[in-house]
Write a protein that binds this ligand. Structure first.
Ligand code: NAD
Length: 296
């Protein structure tokens, strides 16, 4: 069993760290929020007083932080992970961050001969708790092989996307598709409703026809057809609108930097910006149907 340091016990990290504890690993955890650490201690983890305390002597370090600046400061800052870890450790960043920050951290860590992967996830809080996340992993083969057994405990699929930053690249491309699909699904469901179609019947048709998508059949944005979807609980997240907006902005920043044409991605970003600003801030991203239907 490994000694694992876990930094960032928020909505996602708390469930992920709990699964590592359940699998029998010794997890020493740190978060700026002491209540989050206390919850993991109740489940059998131990509390660290800061990043360095969590990381010292650990075989594996997992981070699950909000955005690029947090990741850079936790890895590269004074008394951060890079200063404290040892050269046999495996460092795994599961946060969703910009590709450039991910590559900067990877370059600094690998320059010291330490294994590092970017391993952002698909799947929300429920998947984090159930250990059924999908991990998209960027980094050299040896680092991937070292990280894979740990990621397998927290996920149902662990896929090597390519070199450093490739996990983040796959994540933003995937989520840009998701944002576009979800808006399209909402537009069609709203229009079907306005045309007098019964929602369940239209769902039965579209889910067996060429309009089928994950947004429709796993996450249907109208209540009824998919009982586990946030639409059945007043659009409580799930995957919150601001999170989708964050990922779309990451995608748009990257698209601009590499001169990729993403007109639909740009439109989706604008729509999520308005959704979040005009009443959707606390709602799941599928709640964008309420914005389209002028119900916010
Ligand atoms: P969150 O805000 O709930 O959790 C982040 C945690 O990091 C917080 O508990 C915060 O206190 C802690 N933190 C911040 N700076 C820290 C520091 N310097 N040292 C220690 N702890 C620190 O966010 P989340 O929903 O758990 O998401 C985490 C990452 O996963 C994000 O990058 C997000 O985009 C991504 N993600 C989230 C979801 C989702 O459904 N929530 C799904 C897929 C990916």
């Amino acid at each position: 069993m490994a000694d694992i340091a876990f930094i960032g016990l928020g909505n996602m990290g708390s469930g992920m760290a709990a699964n590592l504890v359940k699998a029998g690993h010794a997890v020493r955890a740190f978060d700026l929020n002491p209540d989050a650490v206390a919850k993991l201690v109740e489940l059998g983890g131990t509390a660290a007083t800061d990043v360095a305390h969590a990381v010292k002597g650990a075989d594996v370090v997992v981070t699950m932080l909000p955005a690029g600046p947090h990741v850079k400061s936790v890895y590269l800052g004074e008394t951060g992970i890079l200063e404290t870890t040892h050269d046999q450790a495996v460092l795994i960043d599961c946060s969703t961050i910009d590709v450039t920050s991910a590559r900067d951290v990877a370059a600094a860590v690998t320059a010291k001969g330490i294994a590092f992967v970017d391993a952002p996830v698909s799947g929300g809080v429920a998947a984090a708790e159930a250990g059924t996340l999908t991990f998209m992993v960027g980094g050299p083969d040896a680092a991937f092989s070292a990280a894979e057994p740990i990621l397998n405990i927290m996920g149902k699929a662990v896929i090597h996307a390519g070199d450093a930053g490739a996990g983040q690249a796959a994540k933003i491309c995937n989520n840009m598709m998701l944002g576009i699909h979800m808006i399209g699904t909402c537009e069609a469901l709203n229009m079907a409703r306005k045309l007098g179609l019964d929602t369940q019947r239209f769902y039965d048709i579209a889910s067996k026809a060429s309009g089928q998508s994950w947004s429709l059949t796993s996450y249907c944005p109208v209540p009824g057809p998919v009982p586990s979807a946030p639409s059945n609980r007043d659009y409580m997240p799930g995957f919150a609108g601001p999170m989708m907006l964050k990922d779309l902005k990451l995608a748009m920043g990257t698209a601009e930097a590499i001169d990729a044409q993403t007109p639909m991605g740009a439109q989706a970003t604008e729509i999520y910006e308005r959704f979040v600003a005009e009443g959707g801030e606390t709602l799941d991203f599928s709640g964008v149907i309420k914005w389209l239907a002028r119900e916010l």
